[in-house]
Design a protein around this ligand. Structure first.
Ligand code: ATP
Ligand code: MG
Length: 252
């Protein structure tokens, strides 16, 4: 099984940006990794950061699987139906595949989507060397054991103390959800020279290890401002360089 890395953290701290840059590093590494990116945020936006147009999500698959109860004959092989649908929603891009969770239509229960997501991951996990999961802020919409065992749980924080409080909450939420991970690290993002030391100090005080410190990056912000995919950022941008360093530290 490949390495599974989940990116979590408070809203707006840069989870999607970090996920996109991590993916960018992996695709460009020349190591020939088989990569799966999962946008597990119901308000999906990883695809935008990757410049990918999404037509089908796991949320849509839920509709289909539920409707199939009425539209397919009783002897239909549900397993085969599931697998066929699964390949339909897996988006194949240059250098990686993308799976988008999306929102369940209608009533707001994520259980069915969660189960489908877990089913897809169980089926595909062995086919990839690295799996990157961009989650929503916190882990609330996951039910137990949706996420497979992780190599690294990354918590992206900005300079605020609240970003780290979210980190602590994620740590307890992960154990409540039965989520297993080898390592949990903080990535401090949008850090300025004046906030750098304080963030490190705060992380230390709550027992969280900082694996990377990404500076506030004008170039990245401008890409997002005009809607250019972050995966197209050039090599010499400070945020890209720091994420690549983190990837190496994670053994990627
Ligand atoms: N290092 C950085 N320098 C400057 N701007 C950044 C940096 N990282 C992220 N941003 C900006 O911060 C905003 C939020 O980033 P992003 O969407 O990646 O956060 P998120 O944690 O995924 O948010 P959400 O919780 O909504 O999913 C974006 O406008 C992005 O351009
Ligand atoms: Mg996001």
């Amino acid at each position: 099984m490949g390495k599974v890395i989940a990116i979590t953290g408070k809203g707006g701290t840069g989870k999607t940006a970090v996920s996109a840059m991590l993916l960018r590093h992996l695709v460009k590494s020349g190591k020939g990794y088989r990569i799966l990116a999962i946008d597990a945020d119901p308000d999906a936006n990883l695809a935008d950061a990757l410049g990918v147009k999404v037509n089908k999500t796991v949320g849509d698959m839920r509709e289909f699987m539920q409707e199939s109860r009425y539209t397919t004959p009783p002897d239909t092989d549900k397993q085969k139906l599931f697998e066929a649908k699964m390949f339909e929603i897996l988006i194949e891009e240059d250098g990686y595949d993308l799976l988008v969770m999306g929102k369940p239509e209608g009533s707001g229960c994520y259980c069915f989507v969660n189960n489908l997501l877990r089913g897809i991951m169980d089926k595909t996990i062995d086919q990839y060397d690295v799996i990157i999961i961009d989650t929503a802020a916190g882990l609330e919409h996951f039910s137990r054991k949706v996420i497979p065992d992780l190599d690294a749980l990354l918590v992206v924080t900005d300079s605020s103390r609240r970003g780290l409080t979210t980190g602590e909450r994620i740590r307890s939420m992960a154990s409540e959800l039965g989520m297993k991970y080898k390592n949990m690290y903080v990535i401090a993002n949008k850090v300025t020279d004046s906030s750098r030391e304080k963030v490190a100090e705060n992380a230390k005080s709550v027992g969280l290890a900082v694996i990377g410190t990404i500076p506030y990056d004008e170039k990245l912000a401008n890409f997002d401002l005009v809607g250019d995919p972050l995966i197209d950022l050039p090599d010499d941008v400070p945020s890209v360089q720091e994420v690549s360093r983190v990837a190496k530290e994670l053994g990627l």
